[in-house]
Design a protein. Structure first.
Length: 199
């Protein structure tokens, strides 16, 4: 618990938007392992950068090499994982960058807290459900994690031995077994255009 700390006022978000001529936001991709979150996040990041938009991808596996290397996959650790990522994404969004967060983020309450955090700061938060039937994800199994989870080698594996609470009302709902990665990324781009983050 931090005590005796004081918030320092800074250039505010609106001033930064007008100086940089770009709005920030957080695009939050949630879905099962092997649903396609990282692939879509990479494609989207590249498309935005090619358009001259500042964008940065925060990704489950990668963040667990550094910032969140102390966290595992219990419910409590996943809550803390998402809490920290939401704070980091908010900072990126506040800096007029499009933060692309790709995390399983299996608990609705955690995703709602992330949305509230952004809302309180006046920042757009776009929840994107990367939806795929679990059989398809398990069939893809690029890292052979489902195989290990079925064999009991990996405990608390999302969709097998740990819950995934699907969004009921996401801003964008994508089916990666029905559309290509490019089509999925384009749906997100069109949404960003509506928010005037992209012209
Ligand atoms: S979470 O639930 O949001 O905290 O998870 P996240 O930070 O996105 O990390 C997911 C990646 O961790 C690997 N992995 C596991 N996933 C789910 N359950 C268990 N038990 C687990 N153990 C390791 C896996 O590579 C996940 O990456 P993706 O890209 O989703 O497959």
């Amino acid at each position: 618990m931090s005590t005796n700390v004081t918030w320092h006022a800074n250039i505010n978000y609106d001033e930064r938007v007008s100086l940089r001529n770009q709005k920030g936001c957080t695009v939050w991709l949630t879905g099962l392992s092997a649903s396609g979150k990282s692939t879509i996040a990479c494609t989207l990041e590249k498309l935005l950068l090619l358009e001259g938009i500042s964008a940065y991808r925060l990704d489950g596996d990668n963040i667990r090499f550094g910032l969140n290397k102390d966290l595992g996959f219990t419910e409590e650790d996943r809550n803390e994982n998402i809490r920290r990522i939401a704070e980091v994404a908010k900072l990126f969004a506040d800096s007029c960058t499009v933060a692309i967060a790709a995390f399983i983020s299996p608990y609705k309450a955690d995703r709602e807290k992330a949305r509230e955090l952004h809302k309180d700061a006046g920042l757009d938060f776009i929840e994107v459900f990367i939806d795929v039937p679990i059989e398809v994800a398990e069939n893809r199994d690029p890292k052979e994690l489902y195989k290990k989870a079925r064999a009991g080698i990996i405990k608390d594996f999302t969709g097998i031995s740990a819950p995934y609470e699907a969004p009921e009302n996401p801003d964008i709902h994508l089916r990666t077994d029905k559309e290509t990665v490019e089509q999925c990324a384009d749906h997100i781009l069109q949404f960003l255009k509506k928010l005037e983050i992209l012209q």
